[in-house]
Design a protein around this ligand. Structure first.
Ligand code: GLC
Length: 436
């Protein structure tokens, strides 16, 4: 009996602890990802360009002399990110090429020791983030393809097999963990965004040890899923999943054009409308969007990227109440479009991408009384009409809500529907007409 009681307490405690540490993440909705490294100098793909043999490792490293960071204004970066409506940011402290943005004591490949910048470019960013309301995420690549003791160098050159040289592998792990300690102790990230786990198994990476160590240093740290699946949330990639992920917490990372790092030839920028499409879709499925930007090697952020962030920020500002904190919306059977619910589940938000043809949006099968409907950011009460209800059954019918043309937003118009209590969806089958 006593045992069961203790066990229940432990489970409950563990559960509420997990919930607590995830609560900011759950409510954040938007994060800005930053891929910044020497690959921005020639505008080639981050790390993969030499790994895949598009140029030699030696030529790739020549970019060190072009990484100046001379126009780098971390405070402006943070301002831009905050104004985009994001609640957190994740920066590539070190990508697979092994180039570290901070002045690491381990290895020589970093912005201070080997790049033209000759300065630690991570610390000033972290300082600016800590002065803002943003949470800090640290991207860290487990593989370091430049480091002599790492197994892989390129897709053609495998330096050694772990089983054949465990001492060498241990040397690598010591180096990697020493860098993780530096990051953890200097910056205490709120979130760890690991990458590259696919190159080894969790046993080889010693994932459990990494997690225990980092949690020991900050018990509230959150882990993404690229720790061989042992993270705190799911990370679908490329596009919005058609079905909402099963897990409660998830994050979709997307690039702003087709590249993670800055590539001047890549002008396939997503328009603000397309980014808001992705954002609204993510919101309605209860996830977070992690939108990437790629600053130039001098530290400036291209105007095209700034523009997307500013437009997104403007839209979010106007529709704040329909963005955070909200939770996933209702099934499409009830409304043909994305929706979210307020935290207390008493307000339903309808997101309209297009202008309704006859001026109305239609809600179906909502059992609650609708106390009021209004356009978010404006407030005027909207006319509504309910049809197909009869006194002898509980089918709540269809409600038409009239949206004035003047209220249409250039991106998404949002309608708030205030209910008389927590939302109740009518999900019964309708029978024959039994009375008249
Ligand atoms: C992939 C790539 C990497 C990129 C990352 C961002 O893991 O290896 O280049 O940084 O995705 O999600």
């Amino acid at each position: 009996m006593k045992k069961t009681f203790t066990l229940t307490l432990l489970v409950l405690f563990g559960f509420s602890y997990a919930q607590d540490k995830m609560s900011w993440f759950e409510e954040a909705k938007l994060g800005i990802f930053i891929h910044w490294g020497i690959y921005a100098v020639d505008g080639i793909s981050e790390s993969w360009s030499f790994y895949n043999g598009y140029l030699s490792h030696e030529d790739y490293m020549k970019q060190l002399s072009g990484f100046t960071a001379e126009k780098y204004q971390p405070k402006d970066w943070v301002k831009l990110i905050s104004n985009s409506g994001a609640k957190y940011t994740v920066i590539t402290s070190k990508h697979h090429d092994g180039f570290a943005l901070w002045n690491s004591k381990y290895g020589r490949l970093n912005a201070f020791s080997s790049a033209r910048a000759k300065k630690d470019v991570l610390t000033p960013f972290v300082k600016a983030v800590r002065k803002s309301d943003l949470k800090l995420g640290m991207y860290f690549s487990l593989p370091d393809w430049s480091y002599e003791d790492y197994t892989h160098h390129t897709n053609k050159i495998r330096r050694y097999q772990i089983a054949a040289d465990t001492l060498r592998w241990n040397r690598y792990l010591n180096y990697m963990n020493a860098q993780l300690d530096e990051l953890s102790q200097n910056y205490t990230p709120d979130l760890w965004w690991f990458d590259g786990d696919w190159e080894h198994s969790s046993e080889e990476w010693r994932v459990d040890q990494i997690k225990t160590k980092l949690i020991g240093q900050n018990k509230n740290s959150i882990f993404n899923s690229r720790l061989n699946g042992k993270g705190d949330y799911e990370t679908p990639e490329i596009g919005i999943p058609v079905m909402a992920p099963r897990s409660k917490y998830w994050e979709l990372c997307v690039s702003i054009n087709d590249s993670w790092g800055y590539q001047p030839n890549d002008n396939n920028y997503k328009t603000p409308m397309q980014v808001i499409d992705l954002f609204v879709d993510t919101l309605s499925k209860g996830g977070n969007l992690l939108l990437n930007i790629g600053p130039k090697a001098d530290g400036s952020i291209p105007d095209a990227q700034k523009n997307v962030l500013n437009e997104l920020g403007g839209w979010i500002k106007k529709h704040q109440s329909a963005v955070y904190p909200t939770q996933r919306g209702i099934p499409y059977e009830h409304f043909y479009g994305p929706t979210t619910l307020s935290k207390d589940r008493k307000t339903l938000y309808l997101y309209l991408r297009d202008i309704p043809k006859d001026g109305n949006v239609v809600l179906k099968g909502i059992s609650n009384k609708i106390n009021r409907a209004y356009v978010v950011g404006q407030g005027a009460i909207l006319n509504q009409q309910t049809i197909c209800t009869v006194y002898w059954n509980k089918y709540p019918g269809l409600t038409y809500i009239e949206v004035p043309k003047e209220s249409i937003d250039p991106y998404y118009t949002v309608i708030a529907v205030l209910l008389d209590g927590e939302i109740e969806l009518y999900r019964e089958h309708n029978g024959a007409v039994e009375q008249n």
